[in-house]
Each structure stands twice: as C-alpha cells, then as structure tokens.
Design a protein around this ligand. Structure first.
Ligand SMILES: C[S@@+](CC[C@H](N)C(=O)[O-])C[C@H]1O[C@@H](n2cnc3c(N)ncnc32)[C@H](O)[C@@H]1O
Length: 231
C-alpha cells in the first residue's frame, strides 16, 4: 500500500499545490494557518513537519516562528524537492529535508519540541504505531498538531463528502492531475480513516494529554492538538 501511495504522490507532485488550491478554493490555507498558530511560540525551536510534501506547512511556520528550525520528512523525494524550490533563500538555513518513511523515523527520542502533520496521517498504514513513534520523538511538554480530513461525523461534513467529495473531487482531481485514480484514493482514504473523536481517543491511549479537537468549515477538515506531558 505505502509503495502505491508514494508513487501516487510522486506522480502528481508537479501539480499538487495548484490542485489543492483549486479543489479547496484556497480555504486549505486558512486551515493550515490555524494549525500553524499552535507552534508559533518561541518554545517550539525544533519542529518536525511529517509527511511534509511540498513544504506548505514548513513555509508558513517559518514565517510566523522566527526562532524555529524545521526538519521536513516525506518519503517522496520529488515532493520535497519541489517544496524546497519554493522557499525564500533566507529560510533555507532553517530547513532540513529528509527522505524517510513516517513509520520508521530516523531520529533519537526527544528530538522535537513540536511535530506537525497536515493531511498525512490518513495515508499511513498503522496510525497507532506511527503515533507511538511520534510520542517518543517529542520532548516532554512537546506538542503534536494533526490536520487532516477525518471520517465525517457531522451532518455538514457528511453532506459535503457525499456530494462534492463523492462526485466532483474525483472528477476534477482526475482532470487537473491527469492521474486516473489519485483523487478517488483521497475520497476512499477519508472514509476509511478515524473520526476526530476516535482519533482523540487513540491519542489519549498512547499517552498524549490535553487532546483538543477543532472542526474546520463544518468539519470538512479537522485540527487535533495534543501534548506529551512533563514526567
Ligand atoms: C496529502 S500530502 C500532504 C502534504 C503536506 N503536508 C501538505 O499539507 O500539503 C501527503 C504527503 O504524505 C506523504 N506520505 C504518505 N505516506 C508517507 C509515509 N509513510 N512516510 C512519509 N511520507 C508519507 C506523501 O508522499 C505526501 O507528500
């Protein structure tokens, strides 16, 4: 499965940002901005951008948190390279890209003050195992920010995914990406993912504290934040 996902993102990489903006009418930028705010404080010096793709989150964080260094990880080198080209020259010294699998992250425990993952967790084969790894990588007191399209649990988001999500996203996605099933995969992965509440329970089970859920635009997107408590 993960090999197929990697191939899919590598194939759509050159058009990924443009398609995102068109399909979401640029609302994804607001969703991202709300997520980034949680890592804006100066205590978040070392931040991991997991499933970083074309560095949309990294780019925004560097603008609002002038003290941070970001390690951007993705298993598609093509996505990362496209992202790197978008960064202003002055920001390059604060970013390290790393081609790695989110299921086997090559960092020592307690490496990061903050970890963010936007629209990436849904693609992973085993979220419980991935979150256990993330928990280990956070310093005590560190924060996890997960932004994703969760399985809809509100009437507005159910309606959205049963109409626009079911008919238009796969069709528009196919036309724009020129990839036969990339955006059918998107729809399938959303339906097969956790609801926000079930994901919050999983985070607590792993040991995260102060778990909070924020529905965005009627629950179409959802932001979860959680902390690794101080021992
Ligand atoms: C939907 S994109 C999100 C990219 C970016 N975070 C954003 O907000 O635009 C998902 C990204 O996750 C990456 N990805 C999926 N599974 C992964 C895994 N197991 N390890 C590392 N990266 C993965 C894909 O290559 C892709 O770039």
């Amino acid at each position: 499965m993960s090999e197929q996902v990697k191939q899919l993102f590598t194939e759509i990489a050159p058009r990924y940002d443009q398609i995102n903006s068109l399909l979401s009418l640029k609302i994804d930028q607001l969703w991202r901005r709300a997520a980034i705010k949680h890592l804006a404080g100066d205590r978040y010096r070392q931040v991991l951008d997991l499933c970083a793709g074309t560095l949309a989150m990294t780019q925004q964080l560097l603008q609002v948190n002038l003290d941070c260094h970001v390690t951007a990880v993705d298993f598609s080198e093509t996505m990362l390279q496209i992202g790197l080209k978008k960064l202003p020259y002055g920001d390059l010294a604060r970013v390290k890209i790393q081609n790695a699998d989110a299921m086997q992250l090559p960092f020592p425990p307690h490496s990061f003050d903050g970890i963010m993952c936007a629209y990436g967790m849904r693609n992973l084969d085993d979220n419980r195992r991935a979150l256990e790894g993330i928990f280990r990588l956070l310093k005590p007191g560190g924060k996890l920010v997960v932004l994703d399209f969760f399985a809809p649990d509100r009437w507005a988001s159910r309606l959205f995914y049963a109409t626009y999500g079911h008919f238009f996203i796969p069709m528009l996605g196919r036309l724009l990406s020129r990839h036969r099933n990339a955006y059918e995969y998107l729809q399938r992965s959303i339906q097969g993912f956790y609801t926000p509440v079930a994901y919050a329970e999983l985070l607590k089970l792993i040991g995260f504290q102060n778990v909070a859920i924020k529905h965005q635009t009627g629950g179409i997107s959802c932001l979860l934040t959680a902390e690794r408590g101080n021992p």
